[in-house]
Design a binder for this molecule. Structure first.
Ligand code: NAD
Length: 321
């Protein structure tokens, strides 16, 4: 069995490799070659933590396993990332554990890759202004992955805790882009692409704040009850997701479906756009919305890439188990 510790992961996988792994696994899901098992995610009643499992099986790549972990909001005060997770990969023929891989950086990379995949396939080609809602740990990864997909000239941002906005400014400047903190009306009016990546339980962006032609990647809602945008916005958008079952239960679409504003059949898996069986955006004034809930197969795909590279480079720890 191989172990790849968290500290080794950064040197073993790039944002580009994560993007490729995630785009490929979304395509496999839409073809029916890969499927996710139901998610377990529980408030454990200790340390305000949400803990759970995301798992799945990719029949084509024989990738079987799970990511276990969750969200501990008090961690940052302890010098730790709020998200803590570990990926376990199993031999699909025998069930024997094959690898254990640190999942913290991988979670950020695979989540940023998912919204970047949505931008590649759904945003207008002439998108120039990137709007960021959220300035936590994930936000910098999201911005770095997004700017590779279009010729963005400016980043604008809003955050519930304004003191965190410096993370967005620093990241934009590192990427050679100007940054401006704006209110939500301006964010909606001026952005061509909006990424939401917060832990909000109430709609932040209202439907009438969003301009026609915008692409939104709503990435923060991954649990029952969370919400980043007005349910009415999904009613007037073309809605895409990583996985429909998660979108309607733990994703942004849970609210619009519960209120009868959209039906499950109105939601399209992004893999169908990647595979060419759905056209994606069909006009420049259409609002497209990607409900990125985060699927276990994304974690397995990037973890397998890391193990393959680690074994090749001699960076994996091999143990008898
Ligand atoms: P973080 O704790 O570092 O940052 C939290 C962010 O949410 C900050 O911008 C904060 O200001 C904002 N926020 C907190 N309370 C808020 C409120 N009441 N209203 C509006 N905004 C509020 O977290 P992070 O690591 O950046 O993760 C952000 C979110 O993304 C979390 O909800 C996490 O569960 C989710 N996430 C989703 C996926 C996925 O695959 N979809 C993957 C990783 C993380």
């Amino acid at each position: 069995m191989y172990i790849v510790p968290e500290s080794a992961v950064a040197d073993l996988i790039s944002a580009e490799a994560s993007f490729d792994a995630v785009e490929a696994v979304f395509a496999s899901m839409a073809k029916g070659d890969a499927y996710n098992f139901p998610v377990i995610r529980e408030a454990i009643g200790h340390a305000d933590a949400l803990y759970g499992f995301k798992s799945g099986f990719d029949r084509a790549g024989l990738n079987l396993g799970l990511k276990s972990g969750g969200y501990w909001p008090g961690n940052e005060a302890k010098g730790l990332a709020n998200h803590q997770s570990t990926v376990f990969l199993f031999d699909a023929d025998t069930g024997k554990v094959k690898s254990i891989v640190g999942g913290n950086l991988l979670t950020a990379l695979r989540t940023a890759a998912a919204s970047a995949v949505s931008i590649k396939h759904l945003a207008r080609k002439d998108a120039k202004v990137l709007g960021m809602v959220g300035a936590g740990h994930q936000s910098a990864f999201q911005m770095r992955a997004a700017v590779k997909q279009r010729g963005f000239e400016k980043v604008i941002g809003w955050n519930f805790h304004p003191e965190m906005l410096s993370r967005l400014e620093t990241t934009a400047n590192e990427l050679g882009l100007p940054f401006e903190a704006v209110d939500l009306d301006r964010l909606g009016a001026e952005s061509d692409v909006i990424i939401t990546i917060t832990s909000s339980f109430d709609a932040i962006l209202k439907s009438d704040q969003i301009s026609s032609g915008t692409h939104l990647a709503c990435m923060g809602t991954d649990t029952k009850g969370k919400q980043e945008v007005d349910a009415a916005l999904l009613g007037k958008s073309t809605v895409f997701t990583d996985e429909i079952a998660q979108s309607i239960s733990i994703g942004e679409a849970q609210h619009a479906v519960a209120q009868g504003l959209i039906k499950e059949s109105d939601i399209t898996e992004i893999g169908s756009v990647i595979n060419g069986s759905h056209p994606g955006r069909t006009s420049s004034d259409e609002i497209t919305l990607f409900d990125g809930t985060g699927v276990g197969l994304q974690d397995l795909a990037v973890a397998q890439s890391v193990v393959d590279i680690a074994v090749k480079k001699g960076a994996a720890i091999e143990v008898e188990f």
